[in-house]
Design a protein around this ligand. Structure first.
Ligand SMILES: *Cc1c(COP(=O)(O)O)cnc(C)c1O
Length: 371
């Protein structure tokens, strides 16, 4: 077999690690396993959304409408922007990919906090550009001063994840404003708001408002998390017109299926109902945090639908123990693990499991007083 001539720079990209499949670790007759590793919405689709998708199935022999007129119009009304400012993608991960490929190529740098969304460095490398990860603060949040200091003449894009995945930490309005004001205006700043609906922080910056005030700011939103459409793949950017035009040039053709468009439209029509689910998940988050705190845990404050346990060297052992409790979480060996807030039963089980971590002393120093 001849050696295939592949791109040399791809060898630096780690293989994608999918979240563990439930079936793989569920032993026959064992307790139900909860996959709380991908921050999915635990609720099944709303009946109105499921019905709209079912009704659309008849047309799937046709290509989807690239302009997604109906969905785009609804988003424009919702955010008071023009169609020219909206670019859809196959999930906001594709939107982030568009943003990277529209701004950065070989030799260019893309800046982001680290640890943050796992896809960032992969997508940057896939575009042939250079990822520049800037370590988080000791409080697990963006170190905006360090990010400013990391800007070079090769910087083309800065990704700001608020709330940050996987730490759940947030930025305040004035700190983000101070930051963006100091970024050279020819560098695009993206505010990735995948978890914005779960963020109750009072002085939270609004990505859309930043988009309105700064000609170099774009926002990325997704229907995967709060809207519960992770399986259908639809997200969007709200971007200044010249940038949006460039995003369309690099977008995957027909990347947003007709079913995804239909489900997104139906979801926007059902926002009140979906909002109740978001409220319930936030209430569950608060309940779990209060109970964990009562156990002695001191966790980074999360404004997302997941919690970050920076367990350091205890991470892998803790993840294995959680798995024994039927919980599949997302561990980052040596750093910490992320657990999604999910069904009440899964959340209850998480509390039992982390109490067991306290018993075993697998707390990474996060428990300040014995329970
Ligand atoms: C989940 C997530 C996304 C988007 O996911 P899609 O399913 O591709 O829309 C984007 N950014 C962050 C930080 C996420 O956690």
């Amino acid at each position: 077999m001849p050696t295939l001539r592949l791109r040399d720079d791809l060898s630096g990209i780690p293989d994608y690690k999918p979240g563990k499949a439930v079936a793989a670790s569920a032993e026959s007759g064992a307790v139900e396993v909860f996959k709380i590793s991908s921050n999915e919405n635990p609720y099944p689709p709303l009946p109105s959304v499921a019905a709209a998708v079912a009704a659309r199935i008849d047309g799937i022999n046709r290509y989807p409408e690239t302009a997604a007129t109906e969905l785009t119009a609804m988003l424009c009304e919702r955010f008071a922007v023009e169609p020219v400012n909206i670019v859809l993608g196959s999930g906001s991960v594709e939107v982030v990919s568009q943003l990277i490929r529209a701004t950065a190529g070989e030799g260019d740098e893309v800046l982001f906090a680290w640890r943050s969304f796992e896809a960032y460095p992969m997508l940057v490398r896939a575009a042939g550009a250079t990822p520049v990860p800037v370590p988080l603060t000791a409080e697990h949040g963006h170190d905006l001063d360090a990010m400013l200091a990391a800007i070079t003449p090769r910087t083309r894009l800065i990704l700001v994840c608020n709330p940050n995945n996987p730490t759940g930490t947030t930025l305040g309005h004035s700190e983000l404003d101070t930051f963006v004001a100091q970024v050279p205006s020819d560098i695009v700043v993206v505010i990735d708001e995948a978890y914005v609906q779960f963020n109750l922080r009072e002085d939270s910056p609004s990505g859309i408002e930043f988009f309105r005030r700064y000609p170099n700011v774009a926002v990325a939103h997704t229907f995967s998390k709060a809207y519960g459409l992770a399986g259908l793949r639809v997200g969007y950017a709200i971007a200044p017109a010249p940038l949006a035009g460039a995003l369309r040039k690099v977008a995957l053709p027909f990347g947003v299926t007709a079913l995804a468009q239909t489900a997104a439209v139906a979801s926007l029509l059902a926002e009140e109902e979906l909002g109740e689910r978001v409220d319930a998940l936030i209430a569950e988050r608060e309940r779990v945090v209060a109970a964990a705190t009562a156990q002695g845990w001191r966790l980074p404050e999360s404004e997302a639908n997941f919690l970050w346990l920076p367990l350091g060297e205890h991470t892998s052992a803790a993840a294995a123990l959680l798995e024994e409790h039927g919980l599949l979480v997302r561990p980052f060996a040596g750093e910490g693990l992320r657990a999604s807030i999910a069904e009440t039963e899964a959340n209850d089980r998480l509390l039992v499991a982390i109490a067991a971590l306290v018993e075993l002393g697998l707390t990474g120093g996060l428990v300040q007083r014995a329970a």
